[in-house]
Ligand binder design. Structure first.
Ligand SMILES: O=P(O)(O)O[C@H]1O[C@H](CO)[C@@H](O)[C@H]1O
Ligand SMILES: Nc1nc2[nH]cnc2c(=O)[nH]1
Length: 295
């Protein structure tokens, strides 16, 4: 009935990985950060670092994509205990959907309450420019339409419910905070909000696909994030996500533009410091346990 059942990780396996990590660091993270392509510099901002290579963590996959270092870094951002994935996993790497989202359940079992995800994405909205930062307010899960969902398989109620509400996936207070922090930092010209669409990749879009996604209401497209968001919400963590628009999706047959990963990484390098500053400042304003935000 569930073809991918064998690739699911049990609660006990997730717990074993979380306990293994907790035994080796005193940091008790309440914020979990996932760095997108070329955006791993965020992890370097952490103080008192304790870092693990993914290959040394029980059950963890390996990063195989250029721009994803493959390290899990614990530390503090202005005194706030955090854990940061310097590199994420994607379906196109050949991992099961359960494996690429496993870190979200580990985050939960480490004590994380808020997850902040970043990604590199192609812009579909004609008002977006390369280098814009898009606060994700919603998503289109196209693999989900085809039955590819990280919650497929038996449901363990210790993580969450069988049928998950997704209309509140992206925390509205955190979106508002991002807008306010962005304005304060002077990012008004390049801070946007919109809908992120996930595809399986690793191919970039054809012109017809780009046009279709735009018509469907997507503002940006990428190959990640949504699966992690689903699993993070399933186990009750608050979610905030940002896309860095690294390229414009080609939607014109006369265009000479060609999407490529080098350009994605290069735009990441150009805007990384500002994106990091936004996330860093937001983290310093999040207060946990009472679900509130600090001035
Ligand atoms: O979503 P992240 O991990 O930032 O990476 C994005 O960049 C890669 C393509 O250049 C794809 O993996 C796409 O999803
Ligand atoms: N699918 C997709 N992923 C991306 N990641 C960065 N840019 C793009 C893009 O144009 N399309």
């Amino acid at each position: 009935m569930f073809p991918e059942v064998n690739s699911c990780y049990s609660y006990e396996e997730c717990k074993a990985t979380a306990d293994w990590l907790l035994a080796q660091t005193d940091v008790r993270p309440t914020v979990g950060i996932v760095c997108g392509s070329g955006l791993g510099g965020l992890a370097d901002l952490l103080k008192d670092q304790v870092a693990f290579n993914y290959k040394d963590i029980p059950n963890f996959p390996q990063s195989t994509v250029h721009g994803h270092a493959g390290r899990l870094v614990f530390g503090h951002l202005k005194g706030r205990p955090c854990v940061c994935m310097q590199g994420r996993f994607h379906l196109y790497e050949g991992y099961s959907i359960h494996k690429i989202t496993l870190p979200m359940r580990i985050f939960k079992l480490l004590g994380v309450e808020t997850v902040m995800l970043t990604n590199a994405a192609g812009g579909l909205n004609h008002d977006f420019k390369m280098g814009d930062i898009m606060i994700i307010k919603d998503h289109l899960n196209l693999p989900g339409f085809a039955g590819i969902n990280p919650l497929n398989g038996p449901n363990d109620e210790r993580f969450g419910v069988r049928f998950l509400c997704m209309s509140d996936a992206y925390d509205r207070e955190l979106q508002q905070l991002a807008m306010e922090v962005g304005q304060d930092l002077g990012y008004g010209d390049f801070l946007k909000e919109g809908v992120y669409c996930v595809l399986g990749g690793p191919t970039f879009e054809t012109i017809a696909e780009g046009r279709m996604l735009h018509r469907l209401g997507a503002d940006a497209v990428g190959m990640s994030t949504v699966h992690e968001v689903i699993v993070a919400r399933h186990c009750g963590m608050r979610v905030f996500a940002l896309s860095l628009i690294t390229n414009q999706v080609v939607m014109d047959y006369d265009s000479e533009e060609r999407a490529n990963h080098e350009e994605v990484l290069q735009v990441g390098r150009q805007r990384a410091a500002q994106l990091e500053r936004l996330v860093y400042t937001m983290v310093t304003k999040i207060v946990h346990n009472n679900y509130g935000l600090r001035d």
